[in-house]
Design a protein around this ligand. Structure first.
Ligand SMILES: NC(=O)c1ccc[n+]([C@@H]2O[C@H](COP(=O)([O-])OP(=O)(O)OC[C@H]3O[C@@H](n4cnc5c(N)ncnc54)[C@H](O)[C@@H]3O)[C@@H](O)[C@H]2O)c1
Length: 354
């Protein structure tokens, strides 16, 4: 077999990106779509000339891989149902919204013998991959700080556009669980994992249950410290940033492009280093991974297809996607405890109340 039949479950906003991405990914073919609202499945199916369903059990029969594009709090339930039918699962982020659901997905997919992956498409951007490689190779020296800033803006209209948005039950949280998860995933991945967090959060301006402003101090497994700031209340929305500092240098990635990449020459003895400011990208060459909005999804979907076809683990496994989920749940638990320190081990041992 050199091609897998992919099906999209949930034909809302992000399904269009998946449809384009699958169509252009090697080893993948779009074969069916499904939505509980039949007209949404029908519209997407007609656009791509594929069969559409409103009943997911019938849909599962037509595919090898299920792309879960449902509201976040439904990911586990449908991933497990797909796995029970022997289908591989690539779910949208976050993996799910509780640790118990996330671990259930991982374990059920493992026991069903199917592959589980979770979308974190920005990890496929060229400069993000280069930063990860530099962090691992020691190019930046010993890592001492890792910060993620996700100061975005979402209107009240966005939250009102679907009943699940901004709810604890189905969104699981706000600017961190929904929007921030991408950059929380990347900073914890680059820094080698989070040990504990201390956080404050609040709902600053929207009429929603969940947070639209959050700030956390993070301690990484290697002792490095950092900051995570998430918001959907920062008008007009700033480009998201990762800032990684080691004893030998700093990298700042803004909007998936490296804006600062400064490593100390080994023979430098002066007391003060050069000051740098955010400016032009490090390289002015086009980054082919950022050529269009769907390209990062295409890269991840292609990686998933090739991994299944070659019986290898995908670049981002379901188990790895538990890590950003634990960080976010630990931040929420710290907020509930008035800002005191919460370890990720507490979340993993089920003390987050989930
Ligand atoms: N990776 C990214 O950049 C990115 C961007 C946007 C959204 N997402 C994620 O994608 C997921 C979906 O988000 P969205 O914005 O597309 O939501 P959406 O509300 O636009 O779409 C969800 C769709 O699921 C359908 N649905 C609900 N219950 C269903 C069921 N039981 N069976 C079949 N269909 C059902 C709805 O009718 C709707 O069409 C979320 O988890 C979100 O976090 C990821």
């Amino acid at each position: 077999m050199n091609e897998l039949r992919f099906g999209i479950l949930g034909c809302g906003n992000i399904s269009k990106t998946h449809a384009v991405a699958v169509t252009n990914a090697k080893g993948a073919i779009l074969s069916a779509v499904c939505d509980i609202v039949e007209s949404k499945a029908g519209d997407l199916g007609a656009k791509y000339g594929v069969t559409f369903f409103s009943d997911c059990e019938a849909f599962f029969k037509e595919v090898d891989v299920v792309l879960v594009c449902l509201p976040s709090g439904m990911h586990a339930e449908y991933a497990v149902r797909a796995a029970d039918q022997g289908k591989h699962v690539l779910t949208e982020k976050p993996l799910d919204i509780t640790f118990a659901s996330g671990i259930r997905m991982v374990e059920q997919c493992q026991s069903a013998g199917v592959t589980l992956g979770c979308i974190s498409q920005h990890r496929f951007a060229r400069d993000v991959q280069a930063l990860k490689a530099a962090a691992e190779s020691g190019e930046l020296g010993k890592l001492i700080e890792g910060d993620a800033y996700i100061k975005w803006y979402r209107s009240q209209g966005y939250y009102d556009s679907a009943g699940w948005r901004g709810t604890y039950e189905m969104d699981g949280g706000g600017c961190l669980m929904n929007q921030g998860v991408h950059y929380i995933d990347m900073i914890q991945w680059i820094m080698g994992g989070v040990a504990s967090v201390q956080a404050r959060a609040r709902t600053a301006m929207h009429s929603i249950e969940v947070e639209d402003q959050a700030m956390a101090i993070v301690e990484y497994n290697n002792g490095a410290l950092g900051v995570i700031q998430g918001s959907t209340a920062t008008y007009p929305g700033l480009s998201e940033r990762l800032e990684v500092h080691g004893t030998m240098g700093s990298v700042v990635v803004e909007g998936d492009r490296a804006k600062i990449w400064t490593v100390k020459p080994t023979d430098q003895h002066e007391a003060f280093g050069p000051m740098v400011s955010l400016g032009q990208p490090r390289e002015l060459t086009d980054d082919p991974t950022l050529k269009d909005w769907d390209e990062l999804h295409r890269l991840q979907i292609e990686n998933f297809a090739q991994s299944v076809l070659n019986s290898q683990a995908p670049f981002i496994t379901g188990r790895q996607a538990l890590e950003p989920l634990k960080v976010i749940l630990a931040i929420y638990e710290s907020v509930r405890r008035g800002g005191s320190k919460v370890t990720l081990d507490e979340i993993a041992s089920g003390r987050d109340g989930a």
